[in-house]
Design a protein around this ligand. Structure first.
Ligand SMILES: *[C@@H]1O[C@H](CO)[C@@H](O)[C@H](O)[C@H]1NC(C)=O
Length: 170
């Protein structure tokens, strides 16, 4: 039992530190923080990515073997910045650390609803060398792909016509 636990833990550590060729970093529409996020995410089928994010993640996984995924940890809620800010910090820290650890990695970023705001507000805060590693940004019910985000030609934002999040124009 103990041996099993040790080997599981070391496999987990290896998966965390290994460098995948490609990583999907996605901010869901609702989430949590820290250990609370991990335990909540493990109990739902969408594993912390949310419905749209998990659909995109599984589709990408089928196309790109060996890729990794990271759902942004943040306490999404209607309180706006107070919940978005920790998400921006988590997404930014994760991308900078991964880029440093894995010089050849490429990223696909994205988010849904408030997760889209987290993504859109994180993008301009990323160093140039991290931005260069972003292949695609995909958002659902989120801000539009304006030039200010710094990913022109690499960004798609999908929304329904009268989506109030998208129409807010923040
Ligand atoms: C994933 O693939 C399925 C089947 O082709 C498609 O219906 C779905 O829209 C895709 N999901 C995303 C988020 O593109």
């Amino acid at each position: 039992m103990r041996l099993l636990l040790v080997s599981l833990l070391s496999a987990y550590a290896a998966a965390q530190t290994a460098c995948p060729p490609f990583e999907f970093v996605y901010a869901p529409q609702n989430a949590g923080t820290g250990a609370q996020f991990e335990s909540a995410a493990s109990k739902v089928w969408s594993k912390g990515y949310g419905a749209a994010g998990y659909s995109l993640y599984t589709n990408l996984t089928a196309l790109i073997p060996g890729m990794a995924g990271y759902p942004v940890h943040y306490p999404a809620s209607f309180s706006g910045c107070t919940s978005e800010d920790p998400g921006i910090k988590d997404m930014q820290n994760h991308l900078i650390a991964r880029a440093k650890q894995c010089p050849d990695i490429k990223f696909s970023l994205g988010g849904h609803s408030q997760g889209g705001f987290v993504t859109a507000r994180t993008l301009p805060r990323l160093p140039k060398e991290v931005n260069k590693k972003i292949i695609a940004v995909t958002m659902f019910g989120s801000p539009r792909c304006i030039d200010k985000l710094g990913v022109a030609g690499r960004c798609k934002s999908y929304c329904y016509k009268n989506d109030e999040v998208t129409n807010e124009n923040r």
